[in-house]
Ligand binder design. Structure first.
Ligand SMILES: [Zn+2]
Length: 77
């Protein structure tokens, strides 16, 4: 029996920050940060965003900083 292969592959994503040559993520670039959050305000996991470890880490810091500054919402349940 051959199972039909379900293609779970989305667009092949690479780290967008690396692609754009961004060394340090600015917490003030909210529109950018929001692309890496879901509608609840949670930071998306790396497998979904395609970020590299370095930038994912920076992103998390940037988002946290933006939250404290009141630029981004905290996680809402
Ligand atoms: Zn990167």
């Amino acid at each position: 029996m051959r199972q039909s292969m379900t293609v779970r592959r989305k667009k092949k994503k690479r780290c967008q920050w690396c692609a754009e040559g961004i060394e340090f993520i600015d917490y003030k670039s909210i529109s950018r940060l929001q692309r890496f959050m879901d509608n609840k305000g949670k930071i998306l996991p790396r497998r979904q965003t395609g970020n590299c470890a370095r930038h994912q880490r920076q992103l998390a810091v940037a988002i946290k900083r933006a939250r404290i500054m009141g630029l981004l919402p905290f996680v809402t349940y």
